[in-house]
Ligand binder design. Structure first.
Ligand SMILES: [Fe+2]
Length: 99
């Protein structure tokens, strides 16, 4: 997980809408990584107040994922369509497994 943060994205090589898409994708990656980090730290914390605070912060990061994803799907229609396709594929797989 930590290695993801080391992936460097050269935003200066992109411009306009492509740069904005890359910024939003990078934001999503950072938020997802933060969720993993906070949840992992929560499971390790000895103090209950600290544990609860970390879980609350992790929840807030999930909202941030939603904000970035919402912004991304507004400007990347292909991503929006592929998200729908992904959901449909999982639905099909679930139906296949339950029949
Ligand atoms: Fe965040």
């Amino acid at each position: 997980m930590a290695d993801l943060a080391k992936v460097e994205i050269d935003l200066s090589k992109l411009s306009g809408k492509e740069r904005d898409k890359a910024i939003l994708r990078t934001g999503i990656m950072a938020e997802l990584e933060a969720i993993n980090l906070y949840e992992q730290m929560a499971s390790m914390a000895g103090n209950e107040l600290i544990r609860q605070a970390l879980l609350e912060i992790a929840r807030e990061e999930k909202t941030h994922v939603g904000e970035f994803l919402s912004l991304l799907t507004e400007i990347d229609r292909e991503q929006a369509e592929e998200l729908k396709k992904g959901e449909a594929e999982v639905r099909e797989l679930r139906e296949k497994l339950s029949s």
